[in-house]
Each structure stands twice: as structure tokens, then as C-alpha cells.
Design a protein around this ligand. Structure first.
Ligand code: ADP
Ligand code: MG
Length: 339
């Protein structure tokens, strides 16, 4: 019998990997914004056209890349962020897999411009479906601009699967909010089809929440602060009377990364026990800081789910911290003494 197993060519492997990392334009937004943060940018601009279907561009004033690194950044498993498996448990960057740019370049038209501070000119790379079309010198400010055009141009099935512009834009705004809330000291702006949708100057967490969700939010925030050996909690919960019918404003950040956790969400609900009317959801904006060695971020392609070593302890601390804050602001259930 003839042998039938062969290695897939790189561009095919990249396209397959892309299916996991890039589900929709919002996934590109997340990956590019996280790269800008990892490059220590203090200003990040997001430009969107047609809800990201024709353009997602992120411009940052971060470190930029050398000519060689710029080319190398599109290779699979090419990263400047980790060197060994142990580093996975000491992460202080958003990225670590070295897969995002390779994946994105496999399924879109990408134009990268980047320059490091000490260089006079930068470098520009055009890459389409994993194929490098050109690399040449370019005059560009220090930092990086990556434009991702025509997402899924070579995978019509995926392109057709995209939802309406309204839905895709909603996903983009959600990602933008999550990243902006996790990094209040960085200035962010977002433009859709040429007009500014958000301008968020660098500030603190409370101000960032108010800038995003509106001035009325300010009075409904109750501070939460708790520091223990295993967990530091800081941030805000919404007063019970402002609870919402939808689950909109619920944010956990673990070591500055937005995560979803039904279990920790339950801890909050249980702290609110008896304070919320039926069917209403508490709002919360909570930063959790834990020792990076006690979490595993590498369990999900989009890194929004993580594994904690000791979830039960975190649950208890979180619940008690929120209960304490609600109590301090004398937001206890109203007891009826007249009967
Ligand atoms: P990862 O973020 O997991 O390392 P990416 O594919 O997202 O993988 O990026 C690959 C590499 O390209 C990064 O490790 C980084 O060195 C470089 N890079 C990507 N985006 C930027 C940026 N905006 N500024 C500076 N360097 C960048
Ligand atoms: Mg990355």
C-alpha cells in the first residue's frame, strides 16, 4: 500500500488555524488592539469600515518593529513574548501564541507599516492570503499601523456566514469596550466609516467606565476593594436599583484581561441575594489580580476563558468583598418593621 500522509503546506495550516482565532471582524479588532497594548502604546486608534467587513485598522504609537521582525511577525508561532513553556505561567502580555498575525494574513489583505523610534524610515509590508506581495521602506510615525482588508476574501463560506453590519459592529464595540476598560490609562479612539464613535482620553477606571457608559453611570457605582494573599479585587458594582433586564454591563478582568466566568458571575449574584428584583441583572466592573502562576490562560483560542487553580476560594473572597461594599453603602434589603 502507498503512504498517504503528508504535511499540509503552511498557507493551508494557517487558514485552518485562522478558523479558531478569527471568527469575525471583532476577533481581528481584539488581536490587533492587544498587540498594540503589548507594544506599550499610549494611544490606540481603531478605524472600521462596513462593520469591519472591508476594513479593520489599528494604529498605535508603541515600540514598532524592525524590518526583519516585521516580516517575521506573520510567521506562525513567531512571538517575541514567550521563550519557553514555563513562561506561560508568568505572562504579563496579552499575546503569547504568535498565531494572530499569521492567521489574519492567511484570510485577508493586510498592510503593515511600522517604525521604531531610533529609525528614520519604517517598513511597509503587503501580504495577501499568506503571500508576501511587497516589503519596502516607508515614511511613517513611530509605532505600528495594521490594516486588515476584505476579511475571509478567500473563504466565501465564512464571509457569507458573517451577520448583518449592525450585529458585527456590536461585537466590535463590545471588544473595544473590554480592551479599553482593561487599560484605562491608555487613550483609545474608534472611527466607523470615517466618523468618530468613541474618544476615550487616558484616565482612571471609574472615569473610563463613565466615559463609555455615560455620565449617569457615575452615581450608580459602588466601589469594591479587597486585598488578600490570593486575590486582590478592585472596581465597582452597580447599585441594585440600577440593575438591568439585560446582562450588558458585566465585566471581569483577570490580570488586565477580560474573561467570562459563569462561576464568578454566580458569586456576584449571590452577594446581591435579595437585593435584585426578579429577572434583573447586577452590573459590575471588577479587576481581579491573582498570581499568574495560579491561572491557565492557554485553554481557549480566544483566551476569554481561563482556568483558576482554586476557584472556590476566589468565589468566597469575591462574594464577601461585594457583600461588604453593598453593606457599607447601606444598600441592604428594606425590612418592613411596621407589621
Ligand atoms: P503574539 O501577540 O501572540 O506574540 P501575534 O501574531 O499577535 O502573536 O504577533 C506576533 C509578534 O509581532 C508579536 O510577538 C510582536 O513581537 C510583533 N507585533 C505584533 N503587533 C505589533 C505591534 N502593534 N507593535 C509592535 N510589535 C508587534
Ligand atoms: Mg498578539
Amino acid at each position: 500500500m502507498a503512504d498517504i500522509i503528508q504535511l499540509l503546506p503552511d498557507h493551508v495550516a494557517n487558514q485552518i488555524a485562522a478558523g479558531e482565532v478569527v471568527q469575525r471582524p471583532a476577533s481581528v479588532v481584539k488581536e490587533l488592539m492587544e498587540n498594540a497594548i503589548d507594544a506599550h502604546a499610549s494611544e490606540i486608534k481603531l478605524l472600521i469600515k462596513d462593520a469591519g467587513k472591508t476594513l479593520v485598522q489599528v494604529i498605535d504609537n508603541g515600540s514598532g518593529m524592525s524590518i526583519t521582525d516585521a516580516r517575521f511577525s506573520f510567521e506562525r508561532h513567531a512571538t517575541s513574548k514567550i521563550k519557553s513553556a514555563e513562561d506561560l505561567f508568568k505572562l504579563n502580555t496579552k499575546g503569547f501564541r504568535g498565531e494572530a498575525l499569521a492567521s489574519i494574513a492567511a484570510i485577508a489583505h493586510v498592510e503593515l507599516k511600522t517604525k521604531q523610534e531610533l529609525d528614520d524610515v519604517g517598513t511597509q509590508i503587503v501580504i495577501e492570503g499568506s503571500e508576501v506581495k511587497s516589503q519596502e521602506p516607508v515614511v511613517t510615525p513611530t509605532g505600528t499601523s495594521i490594516a486588515v482588508k476584505n476579511l475571509f476574501f478567500n473563504i466565501p463560506a465564512r464571509r457569507n456566514f458573517l451577520k448583518s453590519n449592525t450585529v458585527e459592529l456590536r461585537h466590535i464595540i463590545d471588544e473595544f469596550h473590554r480592551v479599553a476598560l482593561a487599560h484605562p490609562s491608555i487613550q483609545f479612539s474608534m472611527y466607523h466609516n470615517g466618523s468618530e464613535s468613541f474618544h476615550l482620553p487616558g484616565s482612571n477606571f471609574r472615569q473610563r467606565i463613565v466615559n463609555i457608559f455615560g455620565i449617569k453611570t457615575n452615581e450608580k457605582l459602588v466601589p469594591v476593594n479587597e486585598a488578600t494573599e490570593v486575590l486582590t479585587v478592585s472596581g465597582f458594582v452597580g447599585k441594585p436599583e440600577y440593575a438591568k433586564k439585560t446582562r450588558g454591563e458585566q465585566f471581569f478582568f483577570v490580570n488586565n484581561r477580560f474573561i467570562k466566568s459563569a462561576y464568578l458571575n454566580h458569586a456576584i449574584n449571590s452577594a446581591f441575594d435579595g437585593l435584585l428584583k426578579d429577572g434583573k441583572h447586577a452590573s459590575y466592573f471588577l479587576d481581579l489580580t491573582v498570581n499568574p502562576e495560579t491561572i491557565d490562560i492557554n485553554i481557549h483560542p480566544t483566551k476569554t476563558e481561563i482556568k483558576f487553580d482554586d476557584e472556590h476560594t476566589l468565589y468566597a473572597i469575591l462574594r464577601s468583598a461585594v457583600k461588604h461594599s453593598l453593606g457599607q453603602f447601606s444598600i441592604a434589603p428594606v425590612l418592613d418593621f411596621d407589621r
